[in-house]
Design a protein around this ligand. Structure first.
Ligand code: ADP
Ligand code: MG
Length: 249
């Protein structure tokens, strides 16, 4: 690990000895990771290496079979934890947008905050300002399926932000997009990173990783094989990492 943090700063997310099995298949094998406030951690690795499962354990869409995950001082995978409360702090964006297609764009953003009884006037104001931020204010009354994939994904990002999360989790947010639409989504993510958002991002977009990541974690077979700055990762002589990066090029 290449941490350059002061020793008294506590990570926002702490993953300790994380294990996840599906039946007999060991998908996550003893993963340890710290994510500090404001950090952008990009997770790379070949298909099936456990990247999605790792992210999904962080917001407990998957239940770990061993180890601990902490958000601040709350252990996420403890039976006594109020999951809904913790999840409000962990916005998630998926490869397949997962928008509510029967609701307008604006309603998509307002839905979750209203469901936890936030003030409707504030909720709407915040939703409009988020749509402004992702460049889609003129689409507020459209339905998701009327939009391009890139626009839908920007709505999905704004919707996740509407709960005012402390961390954003992205699982291959641009993998389902036509090449010409990838840039607009990465630009929104980059702006978010520049605003100081703490982010965990699974992606194959190495340009984004190089430019935006504070740290890159290379996963292989359910373990974190390398963890370091972009400079470290792109110059590493780890054979498996090199061959992974070569395949992408
Ligand atoms: P990645 O996101 O790196 O492609 P995943 O975390 O999706 O990898 O998957 C890691 C491994 O776990 C794969 O072998 C996959 O088939 C398996 N897996 C993922 N989800 C499930 C599940 N719900 N049930 C059984 N096996 C699963
Ligand atoms: Mg995946």
């Amino acid at each position: 690990m290449t941490q350059t943090r002061s020793t008294n700063e506590k990570p926002l997310i702490r993953i300790r000895n994380l294990k996840k099995k599906f039946g007999n298949l060991e998908v996550i094998k003893d993963v340890n990771m710290d994510v500090y406030k404001g950090e952008v951690v990009v997770i790379i690795g070949s298909s099936g290496s456990g990247k999605s499962t790792l992210l999904r354990c962080v917001n407990h869409l998957e239940k770990p079979t061993g180890g601990e995950i902490y958000f601040n001082d709350t252990q996420i995978n403890s039976p006594s934890t109020n999951l809904n409360e913790v999840r409000q702090n962990l916005g998630m964006v998926f490869q397949q947008f997962n928008l509510f297609n029967h609701m307008t764009v604006l309603k998509n953003l307002m839905c979750a905050p209203l469901s936890v009884k936030k003030d409707p006037v504030e909720v709407k104001k915040n939703a409009l300002s988020l749509l402004e931020k992702v460049g889609l204010i003129d689409k507020k009354d459209e339905y998701p399926l009327m939009l391009s994939g890139g626009q839908q994904q920007r709505v999905a990002i704004a919707r996740a932000l509407a709960m005012n999360p402390q961390v954003m989790l992205f699982d291959e947010p641009t993998s389902a997009l036509d090449p010409e639409l990838i840039g607009e989504v990465l630009a929104v993510m980059k702006a978010l990173a520049n605003d100081g958002m703490t982010m965990m991002v699974v992606t194959h977009e190495m340009g984004f990783a190089r430019e935006v990541a504070d740290r890159i974690c290379f996963m292989e077979n359910g373990t974190i094989e390398e963890d370091g700055t972009p400079e470290y990762i792109f110059n590493s002589d780890n054979k498996r990492l090199r061959s992974f990066l070569n395949v992408l090029n």
